[in-house]
Every structure is written in C-alpha cells, then in structure tokens.
Design a protein around this ligand. Structure first.
Ligand SMILES: Nc1ncnc2c1ncn2[C@@H]1O[C@H](COP(=O)(O)OP(=O)(O)OP(=O)(O)O)[C@@H](O)[C@H]1O
Ligand SMILES: [Mg+2]
Length: 429
C-alpha cells in the first residue's frame, strides 16, 4: 500500500485559557471567542475562593490524535463547537505547531482554513493568486496556466485588479476557495467554507472538491453541514473535547453523532406498531447487547446479541421457535435465522421465556438495520413484529481490515485473507 497522504501521531495542542487570538481572527472566530471568553469569565467568577484562575490554566484543545488518511480520500471531520477541528487543520497546514506528537504530509498543501487566511488585504486579487501559488511552491508558469480558471470559478473577473480588502465577504471567500482548489494541491484542507456563501456557490465548491478528489488528491473537510459532509466524504472522524472518538465510514460517523443518546437499545413490544394484525402480544421486549451490555451501535465483524422476552399466561409457549430477520435501511433482507433451523426448540414452559441469539461476528457493512421478530410453534406464527428494533453498525478499523468497504460493496463484509507470490504467468495451452 502506498504511504498515506496524512500521517498524524499523538498530536496534541495545549492552549492557555483566555489567551486572545491574533489579529487575523475572522469575524466568526472573534465572535465565538468573545462568547467563550464571557462564559469563562462567568465560570471564573464562580470559583469558590473568588480568586482568578491560576496563570498556568492550560487545557488541551487537541489531545493524542493519531490518524492515517490515504491518498485520494475525501475525509470529513465533525464535532461540536470547540472540539478541536480547526486546531487539527491548523496543525496539518503548519499554521500552528503541535505541543505533542507530529504529522507528516505528502505533497503540497492547499488550505482554506478561515475565510481568506493567506490573503494579503492590500494586494489585488491577481497578486494574491500569484502570492498563494508561490507559497504553495508553484512556478509562475504553473500559476499562469490555472489563472483564468481560478478567476472564472471565483466569478471575480471584474475586480481582479482591485485590492481584496475592498471585496465583499462573498467575493473574498469565492476567490480564496478557488485559489486553494485550483493550485493543484496534493492535500486540500477546507474548514467550514460552506458556512458562508450562497447555495449556488456551495454546490460549486462541493463539485470542485469532488473533482479534486477524483484526481487522486486528498481533501480534509471540516463542516457542521452534515448533509454536505455525507455526500462528499467517504470516511470521517469525530473529535470530542480534543480527542478522536470515532472514525469510519462518513455516514456511520455522522449518524452516530446525530443519534447519540437518542438511540433505542431496548424496545417494549407489547404495543408495538409493527405487530402483524391478528396476533396476541406474546413478544414483550427485545434488547440488543454487545458483550452483555445493552447497545444500539455495533461494529462490523464485532459481536451482536439479541434478547427477547416472551410472556404467555397459558401453555402457548410450548415448543416455540423464535426467528429474526435483519433488513437494511432500504428494507431489503440481509440475513435471517430461526431456532428450528438449529433444532433449538424451547422447552414446554408457561409464563416467561427469555431467548437470546448470539452472533460472534457480525458480518454487516456499516449502516442502519432493523430486526423483525417471528415467534412460531413450527406450524404457524404466534406473534410477528416487523422492524421491531433498529440498530447501527459502524466501521472500526482493525488490524485484519484497516479500511472500510466502499460505496456499493453490498451489505456484508467478510474477512478475506489476501496472498500472492511472484510466480510465472500460466503458459498458454
Ligand atoms: N489561539 C488559541 N488560544 C486559546 N484557545 C484556543 C486558541 N485556538 C483555539 N482555542 C480553543 O481550543 C478549543 C478548540 O478550538 P477549535 O477552534 O479547534 O474548535 P472547532 O472544533 O474548530 O470549533 P468550531 O466548530 O466552533 O469551529 C476551543 O476551546 C477554543 O476556544
Ligand atoms: Mg473551527
């Protein structure tokens, strides 16, 4: 495998709380900084002894982040405000130095960190294009070759010889993005560009980033716009208070972020809307477990358990067999199992029966799935609940399979052992 575009190891950045930003802070940054400054001021006023916080009040904006991003990947970075996303990009673009760890990057880096960093306000649009190209290490002829495209994409032809300090924020942004994307960087870092600019330009940026990625270049994209992120990025990570807390297929990382704390790991089935008409409620509860702990989020090639409580006042649970069917998010069947198939009929019991199905290795691709439940006695169904419970499967890189499956690879991931030797080509005939 070729070496990754980005290799980060143990990256950490420590800041002093309350330190003011440099004069290049953007409006949005300044505002959010002011806000956090205010909340900190309130917080410090509330300290018990009433004294100001100690001078060495340091905190980690980024802590122990290790990452490998392959070449040609469009990689998303998500996380709440202050999670450390911009800090990570700033370290990768060498705007700031890490306190711990290091990052190696292959090739030229084009970055659009904040609107127009790297632009000189007194210079014209034209001069700034050449300046940025030179910073990227490009020859004048290379820049000239891309010049018209940059200007055209940015839609600033009329103002190309005007100092950029006279540009509207939209023009500024368009030119900054256009420069970053057209100067043939091997790695394009884009922070929140879509927060500004109109819908048409946002679409244009997304299209351009896709194009850049198709040329085997790598894109790192920070955004709070989950729809844009999931359309554009194949893989993503999530930062939380400076730490890397999730990594994998972008959709799964996003879904988990959005659903966190709201997912169902247990369903009361007694009045479930998915119950097939005409059945008495014998299925009472279903729980999903991972290594004995309830969960709604599982891992590709990790363990999965489904536990169902059945309750019947009479001998209706005599020799019952439970079955389940797993469907993908579009409703297509992926796999099923029943107790009869394993000759595992439950004993004659009245009252309460708890049945557990354990899967040692869940060969499911990352995505959203449901489990439908079927309780029968070998002759007919006693109780049926369609899509009784939903769960998510996420990707987690393992030594055996370091990268997630691609788009359109189907619903299962089966571990494969790859082997080769340098033999001779088979001779014809
Ligand atoms: N120069 C600095 N000095 C002190 N603290 C800083 C500095 N830069 C960032 N921070 C703090 O570090 C933390 C991480 O900031 P960062 O800008 O990386 O977050 P983010 O994930 O990009 O957030 P957002 O989504 O709001 O852009 C925040 O608490 C922020 O206030
Ligand atoms: Mg940020």
């Amino acid at each position: 495998m070729s070496s990754p575009a980005v290799h980060a190891e143990g990256l950490g950045k420590r800041y002093r709380i309350g330190r003011l930003r440099g004069r290049h802070a953007t409006l949005r940054e300044t505002v959010s900084h002011r806000l956090s400054y205010v909340t900190r001021a309130i917080g410090s006023r509330l300290t018990r002894d009433g004294r100001p916080p100690p001078a060495d009040d340091l905190f980690w904006a980024l802590k122990d982040v290790s990452l490998d991003i392959p070449r040609g990947e469009v990689f998303g970075i998500i996380g709440a405000n202050g999670a450390g996303k911009s800090t990570l990009l700033k370290i990768l673009s060498r705007v700031t130095k890490p306190t711990t760890g290091y990052a190696t990057i292959r090739g030229r880096v084009g970055s659009l960190l904040e609107v127009g960093t790297g632009f000189h306000p007194e210079l014209t649009g034209r001069d700034n294009i050449y300046l940025n190209g030179a910073i990227l290490g490009m020859k004048r002829s290379e820049i000239r070759r891309n010049f018209d495209q940059i200007v055209e994409f940015a839609e600033v032809a009329k103002f190309i010889d005007t100092p950029v300090k006279r540009y509207s924020s939209g023009m500024y942004l368009r030119l900054a993005f256009s420069v970053a994307a057209h100067l043939e960087p091997d790695l394009l870092l884009v922070d929140e560009v879509l927060a500004v600019g109109d819908a048409a330009f946002q679409r244009k940026c997304l299209g351009k980033m896709e194009q850049v990625a198709q040329q085997e270049r790598t894109v790192l994209f920070v955004s709070h716009n989950m729809a844009a992120l999931s359309n554009l990025c194949r893989t993503a990570c999530r930062l939380d208070q400076g730490r890397l807390v999730d990594l994998g297929v972008a959709q799964a990382v996003i879904r988990r972020y959005l659903l966190e704390g709201r997912m169902q790991e247990e369903q009361d089935l007694r009045r479930h809307p998915g119950r097939k008409a005409g059945h008495r409620a014998l299925l009472h509860r279903v729980r999903l477990l991972e290594n004995g702990a309830t969960s709604a989020v599982f891992r590709t090639n990790g363990p999965f358990e489904l536990e169902v409580d059945c309750v019947a006042p009479t001998d209706e649970l005599k020799s019952v067999s439970l079955g389940f069917l797993i469907r993908d998010s579009l409703g297509a069947s992926v796999f099923a199992s029943t107790m009869d198939q394993y000759d595992a009929l439950a004993p004659n019991r009245m009252g309460h029966l708890r049945i557990r199905a354990s899967i040692a290795t869940l060969y499911l691709s990352p995505g959203a799935y449901t489990a439908s439940l079927y309780l029968g006695n070998g002759l007919y169904d006693l109780d049926v609940i369609e899509n009784a419970i939903g769960f998510d499967v996420l990707w987690e890189p393992t030594q055996a399979i370091p990268l997630p499956p691609g788009e359109g690879w189907g619903p299962v991931v089966v571990p494969v052992c790859w082997d080769w030797n340098e033999g001779q080509a088979p001779s014809p005939g």
